[in-house]
Design a protein around this ligand. Structure first.
Ligand code: FUB
Length: 344
């Protein structure tokens, strides 16, 4: 079943997908929705998918996005406002291409948009852009964050006011190319630097942010995801190992680290007692959606928890996605109910 997307499975079984939720945006393609409550509204920071005419490959070259739009809603699933282009690759001095999944944070009166892009050497870095409004436009810093690497930044504000950034994605996200601490420019395939199946999987990275929110305030650390016995999840365990799309939320004093398993297409989660982990694998939050990628965010708004995610209902194409939202429920024992976004 590895690598078999929901579409492929359904085509084989001769089924037609019935989606439980509507696309939130229908006039442009949107993906990787990072949702936050700012100024008593839901703000969504998604990728803006376009068809750049690139062939599909395992490096993700077909995800060749060039700008970001910001969206807001007064209620989850209610009327959505497109605030227009918030940042373009042309306005980021160091970036060349592929504006992948972003996130945003507020500190004081300023808003920060964090985003991955390939630099002029083809290496993914994380950039920051600043605005005095949650909807932008955002002004990019001249350089990427020092020491930044890979993709999918997610910023979590802890109750004590510290901010932590989680990053990483393997294969096209290049995290495997940093295993020696220096970027390996000589890789030919996305799998070249992967650990053997019986070695621990590559972990995402975390660092506290600096006070000015523009840099890491400490060295990036690798996060451990372990099973209930405390053993690391192994690289060959594609149903459970970290692939990309990190997100952290806190519920009843516990830190919930959720992520995509990539080629097995789940959003899994693991819990811990510190923003640095270790995190103990618990199960899946979201079953595979239509399309290869699965990428989400989790947010509480007016007493209800939501998961924002994407699928490919509008286009049927993996690189042209549309964002959606669903309610999410924590059970009394702290586990999360698994969500199916398509009906059987
Ligand atoms: O949108 C481009 C990439 O696809 C994201 O960075 C990944 O998380 C995956 O959703």
């Amino acid at each position: 079943q590895h690598g078999e997307t929901l579409q492929v499975k359904e085509e084989k079984e001769g089924k037609k997908t019935k989606f439980r939720n509507q696309p939130l945006v229908t006039d442009i393609y949107t993906a990787d929705p990072s949702a936050h409550v700012f100024e008593e509204k839901l703000y969504i920071y998604p990728s803006h998918d376009i068809d750049a005419g690139k062939e599909e490959d395992d490096f993700g070259g077909h995800f060749d996005m060039r700008d970001y739009h910001v969206f807001s809603m007064d209620s989850a699933g209610g009327k959505i406002t497109d605030h227009g282009v918030a940042l373009s690759v042309e306005d980021v001095p160091w970036a060349e291409r592929q504006l992948w999944a972003p996130d945003a944070a507020r500190k004081g009166d300023s808003y920060y948009l964090y985003f991955p892009a390939k630099d002029k050497e083809g290496v993914f870095r994380i950039g920051v852009a600043v605005s005095d409004s949650p909807s932008g436009p955002f002004k990019a810093e001249n350089e990427p964050m020092k020491g930044s690497l890979s993709i999918d930044p997610a910023v979590f504000r802890d109750d004590d006011g510290e901010y932590y950034m989680y990053i990483g994605g393997i294969w096209g996200g290049q995290l495997q190319n940093w295993r020696t601490g220096k970027y390996d420019h000589d890789t030919k395939t996305p799998y070249d630097n992967e650990p053997a199946d019986d070695e621990p999987a590559i972990g995402p990275r975390v660092a506290r942010l600096s006070n000015d929110m523009l840099q890491f305030g400490e060295e990036l650390k690798e996060i451990e995801i372990v099973d209930k016995k405390g053993d690391p999840i192994l690289a060959g365990d594609h149903d459970r190992r970290f692939f990309e799309a990190a997100w952290v939320h806190k519920y009843n004093g516990k830190y919930y680290f959720s992520y995509s398993t990539g080629d097995t297409h789940f959003i899994a989660y693991a819990t811990g007692d510190s923003p640095y982990g270790p995190f103990v694998y618990q199960g899946n939050i979201l079953n595979p959606v239509e399309g290869w990628t699965n990428h989400h965010s989790i947010v509480e708004f007016k007493g209800q928890w939501y998961i924002f995610y994407h699928d490919t209902e509008l286009s049927g194409k993996t690189h042209l996605r549309n964002i959606k939202v669903s309610k999410l429920r924590h059970r009394e024992d702290g586990t999360i109910e698994t969500i199916n976004t398509v009906t059987e």
